[in-house]
Design a protein around this ligand. Structure first.
Ligand code: ACO
Length: 322
């Protein structure tokens, strides 16, 4: 049996930090409101001249170094992003050029906060079908570019960053199962309602910002994440006490705690980075993964569950042996 296995991780956060105290100066909010409703204390913000590809390149180089891979080893590049550098070429093609790689397939995946889970699903299929031996999978975002800094409902939530993994063909178990879903009926609850073929004037006017009905999104997120976790455990005939680490999408500590409670998992087996990173959309899971691997919490052979939920709505999960 061929598995795809993570053999290296890397991440990058922009240097500039925006604290809740900084946001108090910008909109009618308070550190207490933000912490109690979201768990967020601070977030990183890319410089104006720093793009999604810049962040992706730094995370990718770190992941390649960790896996001891050079540019000639990489035979597939997938970048999950909602905030690409350009309309085209894809950020994956821009990244490929930066890394000096030529010829291998490179493409972006757009599934908002579930993007990294979608990307792992696709890469796992490439590897299991013999179409790739060593893939570079990245989640990279400059979400602060699509945030309305006058809208307190959304501007306190998001941050920028990138995380990357090297996924290799292996005879030892790696990814055990992936599950991805979408339901486009929820567009009104969470979107950036501007685009190339729908309302390009809005894009040109620099007003293509995130609009969200937060409390409605919250309810669907909690229910949907609960059901994806059930689906994953059921399809692997596993119980939650066999999961060593929950590494969920980082939108809100209340959503994460609800998921942990449903799984009956203590919070010390849950990787939480939303307090320091905010919601970095497709970058949040690979960032959290790298943090917990670097600090030694996640160890070889641990079983990890990576659930995600985001705009679309999209949702999904990956169960893997590290
Ligand atoms: N500071 C102070 N008050 C605020 C702020 C703020 N930053 N934002 C909203 N409020 C106010 C509201 O105006 C409202 O006031 P009102 O009662 O006078 O009308 C009150 O706080 C409560 O607002 P709610 O929206 O009901 O607050 P809620 O408890 O739901 O928390 C939050 C809001 C944090 C957005 C939460 O709903 C949430 O996390 N939702 C899910 C987000 C998510 O998971 N998104 C999916 C992924 S993102 C993606 O895919 C791009």
């Amino acid at each position: 049996m061929i598995y795809s296995k993570i053999t290296g991780t890397g991440s990058y956060l922009p240097e500039q930090i925006l604290t809740n105290a900084d946001l108090e100066e910008m909109v009618d909010t308070s550190d207490d409101w933000i912490r109690s409703r979201t768990g967020i204390e601070k977030r990183h913000v890319a410089r104006n001249d720093e793009t999604t590809c810049d962040l992706a390149e730094k995370a990718s180089r770190a992941a390649m170094e960790a896996a001891k891979k050079n540019k000639d080893d990489i035979d597939l590049i997938i970048v999950a992003t909602t905030t690409p550098d350009l309309i085209f070429p894809s950020t994956a093609c821009l990244l490929q050029q930066r890394l000096g790689i030529r010829g291998c397939p490179a493409f972006d995946i757009q599934a908002v906060c579930t993007g990294f889970v979608y990307a792992l699903h696709v890469a796992d299929l490439f590897i299991k079908t013999g179409n790739s031996k060593c893939a570079l999978i990245v989640g990279s975002e400059t979400m602060t570019r699509i945030v309305d800094w006058k809208d307190r409902n959304t501007c306190v939530l998001f941050g920028d960053g990138a995380g990357a993994v090297i996924l290799e063909e292996s005879k030892r178990p790696g990814i055990l199962s992936t599950h991805i879903h979408a339901d486009g009926a929820y567009q009104e609850l969470l979107s950036v309602p501007a685009g190339i073929s729908s309302d390009y004037n809005l894009v040109k006017s620099d007003k293509a910002f995130i609009k969200m009905q937060g409390n409605e999104v919250f309810k669907v997120a909690v229910n949907t994440l609960g059901s994806i976790v059930d689906e994953t455990l059921r399809s692997n005939s596993m119980s939650s006490n066999e999961i060593d680490w929950l590494v969920p999408h980082q939108a809100n500590t209340r959503i994460i705690s609800a998921m942990a409670k449903k799984l009956d998992m203590p919070m010390d087996r849950v990787v939480v980075t939303v307090d320091k990173h905010g919601n970095t959309s497709a970058a949040s899971i690979p960032l959290a993964l790298d943090v917990a691997i670097q600090d030694g919490r996640i160890k070889e052979n641990d079983t990890l569950l990576l659930p995600a939920f985001g705009g679309g709505f999209t949702w999904g999960s990956v169960l893997l042996k590290y």
